[in-house]
Each structure stands twice: as C-alpha cells, then as structure tokens.
Design a binder for this molecule. Sequence first.
Ligand SMILES: *Cc1c(COP(=O)(O)O)cnc(C)c1O
Length: 357
Amino acid sequence: MAADSPLRPGTIAVTAGRPDKVPDAPLNTPITMAATYVAGGEVEYGRYGNPTWTALEDALGALEGGRCLTFASGLAAVATVLDLVGKEGKVLVPKHGYTGTIMQLADLESRGRLTAEMVDVTDTDAVVAACDGAALVWLESPTNPALEVADIATITKAAHEAGAYVVVDNTFATPLLQRPLEDDVDIVVHSATKYLAGHSDVQMGAIVVRDDELYAVLKGRRDLVGAIPGPFEAWLTLRGLRTLHLRVERAQSNAQELVRRLAEHPALSEVRYPGFGAIVSIVLAQGEMAADLLSRKTRLWIHATSLGGVESSLERRRRWKAEAATIPEGLVRLSVGIEDVEDLWEDLRAALDGCVG
Ligand SMILES: *Cc1c(COP(=O)(O)O)cnc(C)c1O
C-alpha cells in the first residue's frame, strides 16, 4: 500500500496484519505457540514477542494510527499505563469511568502510590481547571455505563499545557468511530475483550501510542511484568477484527433504531445514548426491582455482564457493589448486538411491557 494513499478503516480491518503475498504463503498469520526462539534474533523469548501478537498489533495500530502493544486483558493494559505515574502523582479520572479502572486507582491511592481525583467529564471547564498539577488525565468517552461524552481535543490541549499525559479508553467507540491519537491524545487503551474481538470468547487488552519512546517504556513494562496475551487469543482477536466495521455498523444501526422506539416506552424514565456506538443505557421508572425483572424476562437478550459481542446482552449495573452510587439503581445497560432488530425489539418490548408500574 502506498504511503500517500491511506486505506480506509474497513479496508485496514480486512488487510492489515497479513503475511507477505508470496507464493504458498498462508493468507492468515498462523498461531505461533513458542515459549522460546533460537538465539541471535530479535525476539529471543516468549515473553518478549510473538508473531501472532505482532500481526494483531500491526492491524490495531493501523486502525488507531499508532504503535500497538497487546496485553492479557484490558485491565492489564490499564495497570501498565497507570504504572507510568510517578510517586504521588495526580491522576484525573471520570467519576463514571469503568469500575475496574476506578478500583485500580483506589488501590494505588490506598497504598500511597498516587492520588486520584474524580471529575465530571461532561464539565469541560472543571476538567481543564483540574489539569493543573496532574501527571495523567484518564478519559473514557463515552463512559461506562453513564454514556457521557468528553471534549477530548479541548481537555487534551489543557492537559498537555499542564505537562500531563492524556489517556483515552476507547473500548466503547472503537477506532472506527473515534481515533483519539488524531486529537493528540498520548495513549489509547482498549479492552479488546469487547468490540475488537467481538464474540465474547476472548479476554485481551491493548495500548496504542504514537511516540516511539513511550512505546519503548510500555513495551519494557510488559516485558518485565509479563501480562502478555496468549497466541490463540491474539489470533481470535485478529479474526474478530476482520469484521469489526460490519459488526459496529450493524450494531450501531440496531441501537439507533431501538433508541427511537424505546423513547416512547412507559416503563422507562430515561434512555441514554450518545448518538453513536451500540451501548444504550435505559432507566426503569420503577427502579431496581423492575430492572431486575427485565433482566429475567427477556428471552433473546442474554442477562450477562460485559459488552461488545455479536449477541445482545443486558445488565443492571448497580448489581455490582463497585458501581458508582450516582448510577441509578434502575439503570440497565444494553449491549446491542447484530441480530435482526425486529426480533430484538419484540423481545425487549415484551419484557418491558411486564415492567410498567
Ligand atoms: C471491560 C472494560 C475494561 C476492562 O477490560 P478487561 O478485558 O475486562 O480486563 C476496561 N475499560 C472498559 C471501558 C471496559 O468496558
């Protein structure tokens, strides 16, 4: 591919990370099961590199516009980034950020490693003001499950003026709907477990950066700590990535149609949707019990945590103790899949009809 004719995302998803086109080469990068390599090369040992990871990292890096490192899980990637913060550094984090990220920060704070300051990411002026003295600004946009959207470009500019790194957890948007590195963000983090792999059968994480020095530091941390992905997981995630654009397109159009229809439903007091992506949060007017009832009543929608799979699932988020107390008890997060939207609607509407007060 010529450097002056960049391919479009859907084409990158299909073509990146394949072996060179030479006679009898396989079309797909094979799964390399190797704990060690013959001495004298660039990899040497299984913790330092693997050709199957490299294929996935090339593809995801090309989609986000940077250099990618893959990890054992999204939270392993999060931990690796938080490790960049020097002793007692200040970290800004969305108050409705992913619970695992908030829990890691609370753990590090309780051990005196850093200080975490919760911010409302929709209040750009407040976030900008809080950047003063920060070492790292963690953004998640949209947030999980409040679905708040941050002004990434404005916050990034202010954070850089304050000398802070900016991280965006891009799990919900995927690089098809949002490419934070283009807004000058330093680090993109993914739970590849969700949309990138897309089939609810893999746990994996990723970091993408543009700066070579930062890449080397993060690679050094992965080499040292060892939160590496399995080769089979990397292969499955790359396999999933091949259809990312089709899955996201279909799931998003399903979500948009459901949002239009849900707006009228009397069982709901609120429908939250940022306008893009395939996660929708609905709030049951009758609260916690109605939300639990809904989770039991659907037949097609699966009651399960996690999101971003081809199958639609739903969950009352406050069933988790770690979820923020400011998230309504009756909020149910919908992860809209790629099924026929009429079937999704009929199942959801029938269940919701049974939850009207
Ligand atoms: C799931 C999730 C994570 C954590 O990823 P795991 O792969 O479960 O470790 C991080 N951020 C967001 C936004 C998530 O949804």
